[in-house]
Design a protein around this ligand. Structure first.
Ligand SMILES: Nc1ncnc2c1ncn2[C@@H]1O[C@H](COP(=O)(O)OP(=O)(O)OP(=O)(O)O)[C@@H](O)[C@H]1O
Ligand SMILES: [Mg+2]
Length: 190
């Protein structure tokens, strides 16, 4: 796995969130899927800094999506640790990990996961519903986010009718709606 820093030391994200975003650090993490013979991720270490842009480059099947699931705390490493600032994630309860996920990470998944029968604007608005805002405010913010990716004209269409690229832009709009320190994007311009 090749890790390439693309934009060193810009602190824009840290300033935008207004909170002191913490470094995300993987130390010697390994992961093997249940029933698989071999490890997909073997002894991976890296320090990711908020406000910087980093690319993970590796061939298909090498483990990029798996690594993003580990870094976003969806999967737990079999060995090694992941830390956010001083917090070693593995030492905490599931409910704490869930909160860390919600407060620190936005994700764009490789498969454009969405509610296919719901409109684009409703799909994007779902990002705000757990934060307690009203549906009408969430839809207003979602409309603006869709406009920022050039999808105003598709806002009221069911997601299943959008093209693959439009679905990708819709999931980018959803990921941009909440202000969190880390955006993990899995092949967002494939
Ligand atoms: N749930 C699973 N159970 C068992 N093996 C899995 C599972 N998910 C992925 N794998 C295997 O783990 C390896 C890494 O998969 P992963 O999806 O992380 O690769 P990737 O680098 O993202 O590939 P691509 O560039 O094609 O998206 C692959 O060989 C895949 O078959
Ligand atoms: Mg992948």
């Amino acid at each position: 796995m090749h890790v390439t820093p693309l934009q060193p030391a810009a602190r824009a994200t840290t300033e935008r969130t207004g909170s002191r975003a913490q470094d995300l650090v993987a130390r010697g993490i390994c992961y093997r899927y249940p029933q698989a013979a071999d490890e997909v991720i073997h002894d991976f270490s890296h320090r990711f800094l908020p406000g910087t842009l980093t690319a993970l480059v590796a061939p298909s099947g090498a483990g990029k999506s798996t690594l993003l699931s580990l870094l976003s705390l969806l999967l737990a490493p079999r060995t090694g640790t992941i830390s956010l600032g001083d917090v070693v994630v593995e030492r905490h309860r599931t409910s704490t990990v869930r909160t860390l996920r919600r407060t620190h990470f936005n994700q764009i998944l490789q498969n454009n996961a969405c509610f296919e029968s719901r409109t684009a604007v409703d799909n994007v608005a779902t990002a705000l519903l757990s934060s307690g805002v009203t549906m009408s405010s969430a839809r207003r913010a979602a409309g603006a986010a869709l406009a920022s990716v050039g999808l105003s004209s598709r806002a009221e269409m069911p997601a299943r009718l959008l093209s693959g690229g439009e679905q990708q832009r819709m999931t980018i709009a959803r990921a941009l709606l909440t202000d969190r320190p880390y955006l993990l994007a899995d092949c967002p311009t494939r």
